[in-house]
Write a protein that binds this ligand. Sequence first.
Ligand code: ARG
Length: 477
Amino acid sequence: MTDDETRPRSQDAARPLWHGRIPGAPADDLLAFTVSLPFDVRLAADDIAGSRAHVRMLTGTGLLTSEECSVVLAALDRVERELADGAFAFAPSDEDIHTAVERRVTELAGDAGAKLHTARSRNDQVALDLRLYVRREGAALRRRLIELMGVLVQRAADAGDAYLPGYTHLQRAQPVMLGHHLLAHFWAIARDVERLDQALARADVSPLGAGALAGTSLPVDPDAVATELGFSSRFENSLDAVSDRDFVAELLFVCALAQVHLSRIGEEVVLWTSQEFGFLALDDAYATGSSMLPQKKNPDVAELARAKAGRLIGSLAGFLATLKGIPLAYNRDLQEDKEPLFDALDTLSLAASALAGLLRTGEFRTDRMTEAADDSLAAATDLAEFLVRKGVPFRDAHALVGGLVRQALERGVTMEELVMTEPALGPEALELLGGGGVSVTHRTSPGGAGPERVAEQLLAATARLAELEGPAGEVGS
Ligand code: ARG
């Protein structure tokens, strides 16, 4: 170990790193208020990976000997094991994971360990750790979103000829294929994955070597660390490197919007599982009961998927408010980046996974969907379009059919009777009211809700999913 055990070390367990400048002990409530260890302990693996690369770089530029390098790397290996198996003893002065790792490395590696923080600040270190973390966890989140997309495509493929009412204003509008409805959610989540990839690409810049804010007089090689850690590039500006949290804000937005998409699926599941709709029956594994009402089967997963959007929107808004007005460069305000980010990534991953399970196992009640969609009023647009094909201006056709609907509702006559007696319509138009999915088959325009277009769309969705699962899917993994 060290040849001088008595020399004061900034890493002594009982003393903070800055005890040389501020010899007085920190107040308990200062520690309680400023400590970040309870949450940034999640950066441990990234901190160790970053420290390994830093030590190798310092050795490459001659600041450490290769013997010192081996000793520090061995100490980092030991710290990694201690953290993994729970043997790591945290000290009261460990205000964050960076301090804890460095202290332990110095205990284990003596003088060589005390060189670990050469030409490095916790400011560039924490920025590095967080970027490594989002690369790792972003890839895990991406897999959950892809899994959900896979379920939506599968259920759309399995939906076959099933159709249901499409709604606007939650009023029945026109029938749509069930596959069409499910794939609408698929495309929204595909955009979330694209946005995630773009945010992760912008996070793919190494800040290590920026020091506290201005770089260093010591020989460092930020490109070498960036390469070793698998980053695409290193920072261009040391001030920006330590104060940029755009990637956190962007990821919070990506997560918030994706959770908003899940909330819309959640809301539909809530509606569809109600007795009033009855379009979906939940598998027991994805339903909850009531503590008082024996008959209940509740869609709590869907409700929480809906509710968590509020929380993620709050995290985004809160973090933007924190960032606003922070002068260059590092300020402790930036420590507030981690909890909302960790929470957003965790929440969205769990919600995507639980909704994927719910949708994979739920039973679509296509009989109820058909019954609701075969309402003859749902064919009103088809009647208007029938008239358009006969040369009637659309606005006139709309008014004529609207008048028939009004009469049907006011006089209690069927649409069939009214269509038969309307000279502009007659028996030929009656076929449009036939039910049995006849209306949905008329949705033939590109990207439309009819069976032919949905079959095409299913191929496009399958291809898009394969693309996103392909090489781009390796991003950050
Ligand atoms: N725990 C701190 C954070 O999360 C690490 C950086 C501390 N830097 C400093 N100058 N106090 O931001």
